[in-house]
Ligand binder design. Structure first.
Ligand code: BGP
Length: 485
């Protein structure tokens, strides 16, 4: 069956993982520029100063900053209709709290958007993809400080004005719910409040209670900022469409024991639905109180917040989806890794090289859950397979494993649209060009259709090569999803 006529086929990246040029043309360091290289088993470390003996993968990343024309031409060759990218806040406002933006930063993204326009590729722009100007983290303690709302609004105002006519689709925050799930706290909190200054591929779900209180406060500030940004965008251009972006946490009850079923329902409410319920329905849901009371979390709110949240609901839903996991009252079961999800392994599923469970059917399942709840358009903003690739002597990469993964997920979307009636309008495959892994900092955990000749240590030519999946995706797009062979 065919996908809708104007389906947005495309790919996705984030500035901190693809751009590099971390201190060029007026840009200052972002929080992510302080994260060292890790591995599957060794956590990345957050350092206050940049240490000579360490490797900081975001500093060069895939060097998109200097290759964007070539990279966008390759996306166009595949037939992309949409490119999800993010803007590096510290390129536009290097410190985050200054009055005037950095013109060179503004110019860079304008050039990127013009390049996309040349090929009729629609940008989907994440305003804040898990990073902050480092100064905001250090001086204000990040999103724990309500002042961040004003700095963010200033940044948004600049983007909405400068790129009026070049961008239509915006996302306020990447995976805004991630602070509810794990200890990647510096994404929301500033460095003053972070106790465990490391990021690990096996994230720890047991957040310290004091930190939990701070996380929820910080997320509240982000939710208010998001709602204000939606209103601002619509007031500047009524054609602007602003979406939420939720980390896709799909967990099943491990057994039909009612205790497991109830627990999995509560987990989904607390970790998956909480933020989108607020961003789409405009208020904290009833079940939020149960969770907040249980953990003695008290969110400090201002008088205006209720109204701001009510009036700043988003236009569409986006989420990331890589894998699924299970929930059980019995903690003795085998655990699994995953993007944001860890927890109990599902015996019916296989895992990727990095231990993430592969579950295409889960994508159809969660798409139905989302659409039944909200009835607004949906974009799968991230989905893909991180795997080590081998560049052959003739510069080819035979990545049939990636093609298999993507094929099955595209079939699941097809069924969700054509059999279940879900209003899915786009698919931006994650890491369309190889980039630095968020959880480990590795380059060798590759997602792309386009191979970037660089290793974990920044060695390599940074030349771009087309993988087998490149030609395959080109065919998928040209046939609007009917030719998946
Ligand atoms: C999501 C992030 C992305 C991306 C992805 C894959 O949480 O939004 O930035 O990195 O996960 O994860 P990883 O890079 O750890 O493989």
């Amino acid at each position: 069956m065919a996908f809708p006529k104007h389906f947005y086929w495309g790919g996705a990246t984030a500035a901190r993982q693809v751009e590099g040029a971390w201190n060029e043309d007026g840009k200052l360091d972002s929080t992510m520029d302080h994260l060292t290289l890790g591995t599957k088993n060794q956590p990345r470390r957050f350092t206050d100063t940049i240490e000579d003996s360490e490797i900081y993968p975001s500093h060069k990343a895939s060097d998109f900053y200097h290759h964007y024309k070539e990279d966008i031409a390759l996306m166009a060759e595949m037939g992309f209709k949409m490119y999800r990218m993010s803007i590096n806040w510290s390129r536009i406002y290097p410190n985050g709290d200054e009055d005037k933006p950095n013109e060179k930063g503004i110019e860079f993204y304008r050039n990127v958007f013009l390049e996309l326009k040349k090929y009729n590729i629609e940008p989907l722009v994440t305003i804040s993809h898990c990073e902050l100007p480092y100064h905001l983290s250090k001086k204000y303690d990040g999103w724990l400080n309500r002042k961040l709302i004003d700095f963010y609004m200033n940044y948004c105002q600049t983007l909405f004005m400068e790129y009026n006519g070049l961008v239509k689709y915006w996302l306020t925050f990447n995976e805004i719910n991630n602070a509810m799930v794990h200890g990647k706290s510096f994404i929301a909190l500033g460095i003053q409040s972070i106790k465990d200054k490391s990021v690990s591929a096996n994230l720890n779900e047991n957040i310290d209670p004091d930190e939990k209180q701070k996380q929820y406060q910080a997320v509240h500030h982000k939710l208010v900022a998001s709602a204000k940004a939606v209103q601002l965008a619509h007031s500047i251009n009524s054609e602007y469409k602003v979406g939420c972006m939720i980390g896709g946490i799909c967990r099943y009850p491990y057994t039909c024991n009612p205790d497991d079923v109830l627990l999995s329902q509560q987990e989904r409410q607390n970790t998956f639905w909480l933020c989108s319920d607020i961003q789409i329905r405009g208020a904290y849901p009833n079940y939020a109180n149960r969770y907040l009371n249980k953990h003695q979390i008290h969110i400090q709110m201002e008088k205006e917040d209720d109204e701001v949240l009510r009036n700043g609901t988003v236009d569409f839903f986006t989420f990331s989806y890589y894998s699924s996991g299970c929930v059980s009252c019995d903690n003795n079961h085998k655990k699994t890794a995953g993007n944001l999800i860890f927890g109990i392994a599902n015996p019916y599923l296989k895992t990727s090289q990095w231990g993430w469970q592969i579950d295409p059917q889960g994508l159809r399942y969660i798409l139905n859950e989302i659409y039944d709840r909200y009835q607004i358009p949906i974009i799968v903003a991230e989905n893909g397979l991180g795997q080590a690739d081998k560049l052959e002597a003739d510069n080819t990469v035979h990545d049939d494993y990636r093609i298999d993964y993507l094929r099955e997920h595209i079939k699941a979307m097809d069924a969700a649209i054509n059999e279940d009636g879900v209003d899915l309008i786009g698919y931006t495959m994650w890491g369309c060009i190889d980039l630095v892994s968020a959880s480990t900092g590795e380059m060798k955990k590759r997602y792309g259709f386009i191979y970037v000749d660089a290793d974990d240590y920044g060695h390599g030519t940074y030349n771009r090569y087309k993988k087998d999946s490149f030609y395959w995706y080109k065919k998928v797009i040209a046939s609007n999803g009917t030719d998946l062979d």
